[in-house]
Design a protein around this ligand. Structure first.
Ligand code: SF4
Length: 378
């Protein structure tokens, strides 16, 4: 039976089907609805909103080290808060599968920056999966748990606002069960990265990256679609769908498992097309590496590296590349008369009273990530 789900709802379903038993998180747009939807499976999955992303990460990591399958959710800036345990867990590895869902916000619809979480995957030397729609969001949670257990590594599942909040058709499957016995083995050499053992772990991380690279080349999450070979496009995430609309005739290498970089796929695809274009949202994560392989391509010289990509943006890029002009899209008829609706603190927000009191004094107030920044507005 088919269901119409948002990417976030599909991730929750994916956690259920993958046999996850512990799901933690800290809210933040566009990731929040994942845990809210996971709660419907509470008879099978322990769920908690944690005090912050670091705690959420550590609760999930500890459960994974004890053999449980886990999911932890946060928005992109939340991974900065959880970066300390992320870097160490990469060395320790996991026993039960662990998927770290990080929702990026290109265009800053509800965020203070445009961090590209793919860089964290490379930084921490762990895999990153990028779904393009809700079915892939569900499937990639299961793939992430599989990879995590096979290679004993945490896996990042990176979504963007458009994947998290768009709805598309999803097919459900039965819940898998975790065959492991849950319980933490008291084994310092396995779980304590003092230099004596961390140096060995460091070698394991490099070997794991090498093995994961071979898995990325073979993975069904990456696929080449041969069409006209005069132009080949390498793309990822929801941008794949925009590319298919704007360049329907072009050959495409669609990446859902982009790190460790599947170099053999890059080389095979590049050798099969006349011109190569990289269409990626935010950083030149793919382009820089592909150029370092000695493969000539265009990328952010013709595709913006700021803001969210869209069909409209890419149509303008294509027209410019082909020396054409396209008519500007007219402004919607009533748009200019609509009142502005800037984001505000929720009516019952406990921060309101604090900001009301602070507002009576001539003081400078500092905060961290999250809604508190809305205290700026009167
Ligand atoms: S504005 Fe306040 S109540 Fe609303 S989500 Fe943010 S912290 Fe919570």
């Amino acid at each position: 039976m088919s269901h119409l789900l948002s990417g976030n709802q599909a991730i929750a379903r994916g956690a259920y089907e993958a046999g996850v038993t512990v799901a933690t998180g800290y809210p933040g747009t566009p990731s929040t609805e994942i845990l809210e939807n996971t709660v419907q499976y509470k008879s099978d999955i322990y769920c908690e909103w944690s005090p912050n992303e670091k705690v959420a990460f550590e609760v999930a990591a500890a459960a994974s080290c004890a053999g449980a399958r886990t999911l932890v959710t946060m928005k992109h800036v939340g991974l900065n808060v959880a970066a300390d345990p992320l870097m160490t867990l990469s060395y320790l590895g996991v026993e039960g599968g662990m998927v770290i869902v990080v929702a990026d916000d290109p265009g800053m619809h509800s965020s203070q920056n445009e961090q590209d979480t793919r860089n964290y995957a490379r930084f921490a030397k762990i895999p990153v999966l990028e779904p393009a729609d809700s079915q892939e969001a569900l499937d990639f949670v299961k793939l992430g748990i599989e990879l995590s257990e096979q290679f004993k590594t945490p896996v990042i599942l990176r979504t963007t606002t458009r994947v998290s909040h768009s709805r598309s058709i999803v097919k459900f499957s039965q819940r898998q069960t975790n065959p492991r016995t849950i319980g933490l083995e008291k084994n310092p050499a396995r779980f304590v990265p003092v230099p004596l053992w961390a140096r060995e772990m460091r070698k394991t991380v490099e070997k794991r990256l090498h093995d994961l690279q071979a898995a990325a080349v073979q993975s069904k999450a990456n696929r080449i679609e041969w069409r006209d070979k005069s132009l080949g496009i390498i793309t990822h995430s929801v941008v794949y769908h925009y590319v298919r609309e704007v360049w329907p005739e072009a050959s495409v290498l669609k990446l859902g498992f982009a790190y460790p970089y599947p170099d053999e796929l890059f080389k095979q695809f590049a050798a099969g097309v006349k011109d190569l274009l990289i269409v990626e949202e935010l950083d030149d994560f793919l382009e820089e590496h592909i150029k370092a392989l000695g493969i000539a391509c265009k990328g952010h010289d013709v595709i913006p590296n700021i803001g969210e990509l869209s069909i409209t943006t890419l149509e303008a890029c294509r027209a410019k590349m082909e020396g054409r002009t396209i008519a500007p899209i007219p402004e919607p008829k009533y748009a200019k008369d609509l009142p502005a609706r800037p984001p505000v603190l929720c009516p019952g927000c406990p921060h309101r009273g604090i900001f009301y009191a602070l507002g009576k004094h001539d003081v400078i107030v500092t905060g961290d990530i999250g809604c508190y920044s809305l205290g700026t507005f009167k």
